[in-house]
Write a protein that binds this ligand. Structure first.
Ligand code: ZN
Length: 216
């Protein structure tokens, strides 16, 4: 049985994940394409060749697609498949899922950062499948964001969705905004971890999780 609290939390999540299609007026869209053509040309691109004629339009469309997370994910909200997993107080071992690949746009440079996520939780009485976890990561990844916020949002949403004893999120990403401009080693990766509930209190649980996700 779910406590009322769990239902309330899930409702809160549902409101944040519910579909919110973006409306961009076609006239505005054409104006943005002209801006992009002007910027690309100023930077050195030769406009109006067979290869570049449609580039402003394609570039904007690619940005639009890469930020689809702002539109929510109805499949995360509706028909949430919850499987019973013992009683409400049963403490089962952690479930670790991953790697889940993700692609974001860094909100500082609007350039991609991308990598893999591992998500773990200690279930209370519900579990969530890998496909839903993948959707959850994509919901927050396909935006202008930073790696820290992505991890916090995935961890908090999972706490709200299935009210587990604890959640761990491990993100490993390459940031093109530093690599393309030679600020950092080409193969350097940024690793961040996020802990909720039992993971914050139990170092052994954290170690088990890290040992699983850091396997070579
Ligand atoms: Zn950046």
């Amino acid at each position: 049985m779910q406590s009322e609290n769990v239902v309330d939390l899930r409702e809160a999540f549902s409101h944040r994940a519910e579909p919110a299609p973006r409306q961009i007026d076609p006239d505005d869209w054409r104006r943005y394409e002209r801006y992009m053509a002007e910027i690309f040309t100023a930077l050195g691109m030769t406009p109006d060749t067979p290869g570049t004629r449609e580039t402003p339009q394609r570039f904007l469309q690619a940005l639009y697609d890469a930020t689809a997370g702002y539109e929510g994910d109805p499949k995360l909200v509706t028909a949430f498949p919850a499987e019973s997993r013992g009683g409400p107080d049963s403490l089962v071992s952690q479930v670790v899922e991953g790697p889940i690949s993700f692609h974001c746009l860094c909100e500082h440079h609007a350039l991609p950062f991308f990598g893999t996520a591992h998500v773990a939780y200690v279930a209370r009485d519900e579990i969530i499948g890998i496909s839903k976890l993948t959707r959850l990561v994509q919901l927050y990844a396909r935006r202008f964001t930073v790696q820290e916020r992505l991890g916090e949002q995935v961890a908090d949403a999972l706490m709200e969705l299935i009210a587990p004893h604890g959640v761990a999120v491990h993100l490993e990403a390459a940031h093109l905004c530093t690599q393309m401009r030679g600020v950092r080693e080409e193969n350097s990766r940024t690793v961040t971890t996020f802990w909720r509930g039992s993971y914050t209190e139990d170092p052994a649980l954290r170690q088990d999780f890290l040992a699983l996700v850091q396997r070579p």
